[in-house]
Design a binder for this molecule. Structure first.
Ligand code: HEC
Ligand code: HEC
Length: 393
């Protein structure tokens, strides 16, 4: 080999490895960019068919003749979770009611028609009881407003192992950072994670329950109509035999919700990366944990992590935000809001009282006051990059 030959081959090797590296970068960057409403990439044909069928059932408008009511908030899931597509956010704000009992325990008032209040009734119920909506649950000690969140990526939150969530809990604030965090538990003791108070343990139970509580559709998961603020449904008012939908429909809707891909953040510009670092150094990540491990059920696309920016735990956010109790959650405790899909939202916090992301941060009290104070003390430039980072999610 001459000197020149050697030089050429060194060049070639270098060029080839550069090409290989570039190809790898492209491959990584090519990870399918999903749009809101798309399923997780990699579904089998059968899963895709069930997902599509589930979306149809999600958008199906029920009538009293097909099971709607007698109490309901909307005729379809898609009526509320609709923006920009089925599974998205919605402008419906509903009211929930519960009671703190004299012994300090929380009563979700399930036998009295709680905790979700329905604002519509079927004509038959109107004729029988002369009401236009469900009266506030008797015995309620507080009510709270809830905006309609998007459901993108919730299947991944369902697949976060319990041990990982529990590992973030620090109920007695042993590390002294002013942030504790504790798990909510369902009535039977299981760890809760869905809903603003993290009360419901599994996505499937939330979906099944939504059919009953939002649409008055009984199903194999929750087979009986609720009472009307404690009064049983008058005879003849709800003629469709229970359950009003079958197990297959429930499974399809569950597959649709479960397989919705998480929202894709905007591309990570340098500003966004600076914002992410500032978010962490300001202490926001103490609750908004950037990434959680995921163990997907067998047969679903493999995912190892979800970048949900939540610990799925309850935090005391101070008296200004407080409303109802639920399970172990006191009125002022809320689940750390996942910071996924913030770009798709037009209002923030559980009741939508914050109209901008910055306002939402300003309203962090209780365990969140330390982080809020640090945020307030930041230079305008650093605040701006944090807000830009959040707005890119
Ligand atoms: C009337 C409007 C409305 C309808 C109809 C509705 N939802 Fe919801 N949904 C909401 C609201 C409001 C919340 C927030 C509840 C809370 O925070 O406690 C919610 C929360 C959820 C959540 C939990 C989200 C989370 O972050 O933990 C799931 C899952 C869900 N809905 C699925 C459904 C399904 C499936 C249907 C149809 C069977 C449905 N919803 C029908 C308004 C609605
Ligand atoms: C002590 C835990 C904790 C800390 C620290 C914390 N947050 Fe939060 N954050 C929450 C909880 C809980 C909510 C939900 C409150 C509600 O719904 O009323 C929330 C909600 C939000 C929301 C609104 C999301 C939505 O969809 O409505 C934003 C934005 C947010 N936090 C950003 C931040 C930023 C920025 C910081 C740091 C300055 C921060 N958070 C620090 C617990 C925390």
């Amino acid at each position: 080999m001459t000197h020149d030959d050697l030089r050429t081959s060194v060049f070639e090797v270098a060029a080839r490895s550069l090409l290989a590296a570039a190809a790898l970068v492209m491959l990584a960057g090519c990870e399918a960019r999903t749009q809101p409403g798309d399923p997780l990439p990699g579904l089998t044909k059968a899963q895709r068919a069930l997902f599509d069928e589930g979306r149809q059932a999600f958008e199906r408008e029920f009538e009293p003749e097909t099971g709607l009511g007698p109490l309901f908030n909307a005729p379809s899931c898609g009526e509320c979770h609709e923006d920009p597509v089925a599974g998205g956010v919605g402008d419906e704000v509903e009211r929930h009611a519960t009671a703190v009992r004299p012994d300090g325990m929380c009563d979700a008032l399930e036998t009295k028609g709680g905790p979700v209040l329905q604002v519509h009734v079927t004509p038959a119920l109107h004729d029988a009881l002369g009401i236009d909506e469900e009266p506030v649950t008797p015995g309620a000690t507080a009510t709270g407003l809830r905006t309609t969140p998007d459901l993108f990526g919730l299947g991944l939150l369902d697949a976060v192992p319990e041990v990982d969530i529990l590992a973030y809990a620090d109920p007695d604030d042993r590390d002294g950072d002013g942030v504790s965090g504790r798990p909510n538990r369902f009535a039977d003791g299981r760890l809760g994670r869905f809903g603003r108070k993290a009360f419901v343990p599994t996505l499937r139970e939330f979906n099944d329950g939504a059919f009953l509580f939002e649409q008055g559709i009984t199903n194999p998961g929750v087979p009986r109509e609720e009472s009307i603020a404690g009064v049983p449904v008058p005879p003849g008012v709800d003629p469709v035999p229970d359950p009003e939908i079958d197990r297959h429909t429930l499974e399809a809707v569950d597959a649709f919700v479960r397989l919705l891909a998480p929202p894709m953040p905007a591309r990570r510009s340098l500003t966004i990366q600076r914002g992410e670092r500032a978010f962490r150094t300001t202490g926001c990540a103490a609750c908004h944990v950037p990434k959680l491990r995921v163990v997907m059920p067998a047969g679903t696309p493999v995912r190892r992590h979800v970048e949900a920016w939540t610990d799925l735990l309850l935090h005391d956010m101070g008296t200004d935000l407080a409303d109802i109790c639920l399970g172990l959650a006191t009125p002022s405790e809320f689940r750390t809001a996942p910071l996924m899909g913030l770009r798709l939202r037009t209002s923030f916090l559980h009741d939508g009282r914050a109209k901008t992301i910055e306002e939402a941060v300003r309203l962090h009290g209780g365990e969140g006051s330390g982080a809020r104070a640090r945020f307030d003390a930041l230079k305008p430039r650093d605040k701006k990059v944090i807000l830009e980072f959040l707005g890119s999610r």
